[in-house]
Design a binder for this molecule. Structure first.
Ligand code: SF4
Length: 196
């Protein structure tokens, strides 16, 4: 279990490197403090993508607290880890930034494949509204071969453990599933140790 968590984090580091290189090349950055993507109740992740965070929450002794919150939430709730800024609507912060899942690392900086298999820049709505000309220039550069992070990386993560990584679900639901899976694994490990 710890091994698969490390493998997922290794792919997250790869995504972060690609995103930093893309930001350096395009000078595209999120507006300071913007949390609009986190306010979206349709943020999805897989159980596998939430395993590194679940392991960390157990390490911090906070697993039960977050499991209860996740089980009380429903599809209309935004991510539990999003902390809105009470002074500035649309601004906020992530309470678990180092362990956030792939969609949170890729959103606003990655491509999807169009029906011809060509990369299309999946810009965020705020960038499209605030700097449309920059978005068009970036799309043209990507069409000319500019390397960009891809949402296809989520498939690479899923391949690490297909039984845990295939199903995308609302992020709070994925958290609940990951906390249960990690908890069960810790329990089985302890039982094994006790029986030796
Ligand atoms: S995990 Fe963090 S970055 Fe991702 S949706 Fe939640 S608050 Fe936002």
């Amino acid at each position: 279990m710890i091994e698969v968590a490390k493998q997922v984090m290794a792919l997250y580091s790869q995504i972060d490197q690609q995103t930093r290189a893309f930001q350096a090349e395009t000078q595209l950055h999120c507006p300071t403090g913007c949390g609009r993507c986190c306010e979206n109740p349709h943020v999805e992740a897989t159980l596998l993508e939430m395993v590194p965070l679940a392991v960390e929450l157990f390490r911090q002794g906070e697993a039960v607290k977050w499991l209860e919150s996740a089980d009380e939430s429903n599809e209309t709730n935004a991510c539990l880890f999003y902390e809105p800024d009470p002074r500035t609507p649309g601004n906020g912060r992530c309470q678990v930034y180092p362990w956030r899942p792939s969609i949170c690392r890729l959103f606003g900086y990655a491509t999807v494949s169009d029906r011809d298999g060509q990369p299309r820049f999946a810009a965020c709505m705020r960038h499209k509204a605030d700097i449309p000309e920059v978005v068009v220039t970036i799309q043209e550069a990507i069409a000319q071969g500019l390397p960009a992070p891809s949402f296809a990386t989520s498939q690479q993560i899923a391949h690490l453990a297909p039984q845990l990584g295939a199903e995308r679900m609302p992020i709070n639901q994925a958290l609940s599933a990951a906390l249960r899976w990690v908890g069960l694994n810790f329990q089985m490990k302890q039982t094994e140790l006790d029986s030796n």
